[in-house]
Design a protein around this ligand. Sequence first.
Ligand code: OGA
Ligand code: MN
Length: 210
Amino acid sequence: MRAMQIPSDHPLLLRIVDDLATHGWSQQNIFLPQALTLELAAECRKRAAEGELAPAAVGRGPFSEIREGIRGDHIQWLEPGQDEACDSYLGLMDSLREAMNRGLFLGLEDFESHFALYPPGAFYRKHVDRFRDDDRRMVSAVIYLNEAWLPEHGGQLRMYLEEGREHDVVPTGGCLVVFLSGEVPHEVLPATRERLSLTGWFRRRGDEPF
Ligand code: OGA
Ligand code: MN
């Protein structure tokens, strides 16, 4: 799978930008090509088997800590140039970043992302993705890597929208969810099977708080 870039005026990207502008979030059930989804899932499992994923921390900097009562996933941050499938994913996210900068003037300068593996029963309690002391994260993007996921497997991403409305996303392979990091509280419900994803944040320029 070679590095993948699509034009920033691709209709799929324009739809996401339009959804973000009008609602603050977007769900695209058919985003990632199936072959790439399978490769990324295999890469995530391989890294997990090699012990490269570690329990995710809550908070940032010196105050971060492991708290399984808040989040129970295992993660590994992505670096470019390690793996072709990962680079294809990063290429697609860069196209999305460009599309958002053109359509929303967000001034997004970089993207940070990690694999996440939730063992059966693991969850992530309700939270927002922006840190209190660091507001660089503007847009969150989650892509699911799970084959043949059924609603009864659980593991939904539950988003808390305006006027008390809730929206659940079934974490089916190839599905992309994007939302404004500071504005959409959300949680991950426990699942009966292992749940794989790639989660990332588009950030604007800013100073490291410490
Ligand atoms: C996160 C998160 C959602 C998901 O990692 O901050 O909320 O559906 N992930 O995996
Ligand atoms: Mn989150």
